[in-house]
Design a protein around this ligand. Structure first.
Ligand code: ADP
Ligand code: MG
Length: 233
């Protein structure tokens, strides 16, 4: 029996109160297993980013419970006081635009993520180079972000997300800015990470070109998960 690496039970999140209240997540329950690449889709405003940010411990839900790699981290309140430590330990983030630090080169951008989690610089730099090599981008290690193409920058961003060997990688529209060939290459790399490291990769997308790349797709509508029955209706 393989245990899920992400377990959500009746997670709800709203913004605002009274007349301006928006229910961004309505009692969302789901399990995500190691080594899988999962899609999150739904119309704009359906709660995809909110769900990703809750799983990433960036946004506090209002109720429900959440386990990450076996640890109960939220049960109607956060159970850990060091959320930053929790994120560094368990989660790697990839954004639509790569968010690399413009004043650091590719290699340093990856190493810094590991240094922030407490690694010594030489060890972090060695691991960063290994990751850039793993992702096939080591020849661009000295390039500044502004000198990288979109696809190259996204590979560096994936390397950075992997810097602390997270069990969970969260990506919000990572292929939105790429053409279909480069989008496919990014998805291939995410698949490789999942298969070779047992990582759970969760990708928000409404890019239909990549829908066939997922082991499973969760669809959100108005903050609730759609079931197969909803879709048939
Ligand atoms: P998606 O990523 O699917 O487009 P979001 O998760 O960003 O959707 O948003 C879900 C709903 O919550 C939307 O109605 C959005 O306007 C609202 N929302 C998201 N973030 C905030 C916020 N910080 N403050 C108020 N409302 C928000
Ligand atoms: Mg969004």
């Amino acid at each position: 029996m393989v245990a899920p690496v992400v377990e959500l039970r009746e997670i709800s999140k709203h913004f605002g109160e009274g007349a301006t209240r928006v229910d961004a997540l309505r009692s969302v329950s789901l399990d995500i297993y190691p080594g899988t690449v999962i899609g999150l889709r739904g119309p704009s405003g359906s709660g995809k980013s909110t769900l990703l940010n809750v799983i990433g411990c960036i946004l506090e839900p209002n109720r429900g419970s959440m386990k990450l790699s076996g640890e109960l981290v939220y049960d109607n309140r956060w159970l850990r006081s060091d959320l930053r430590g929790l994120r560094l330990e368990k989660i790697g983030f990839i954004f639509q635009s790569h968010n690399l630090l413009p004043f650091l080169n590719a290699w340093e951008n990856v190493a810094i993520a590991r240094i922030l989690a407490g690694a010594a610089a030489p060890e972090a730099e060695a691991r960063a180079l290994e990751l850039l090599t793993y992702l096939g981008i080591e020849r661009r290690k000295d390039a500044m972000p502004g000198q990288l193409s979109g696809g190259e920058a996204q590979r560096v961003a994936i390397a950075r997300a992997l810097a602390n060997d997270p069990r969970i990688v969260l990506a919000d529209e990572p292929t939105a800015a790429l053409d279909s060939q480069r989008a496919g290459a990014v998805m291939d790399l995410l698949r490789k990470v999942a298969v070779e490291h047992g990582t759970a990769v969760i990708v928000v997308t409404h890019d239909e070109k990549i829908f066939n790349r997922f082991d499973h797709i969760f669809a959100l509508r108005d903050g609730a998960l759609e079931t197969d029955r909803d879709r048939a209706a």
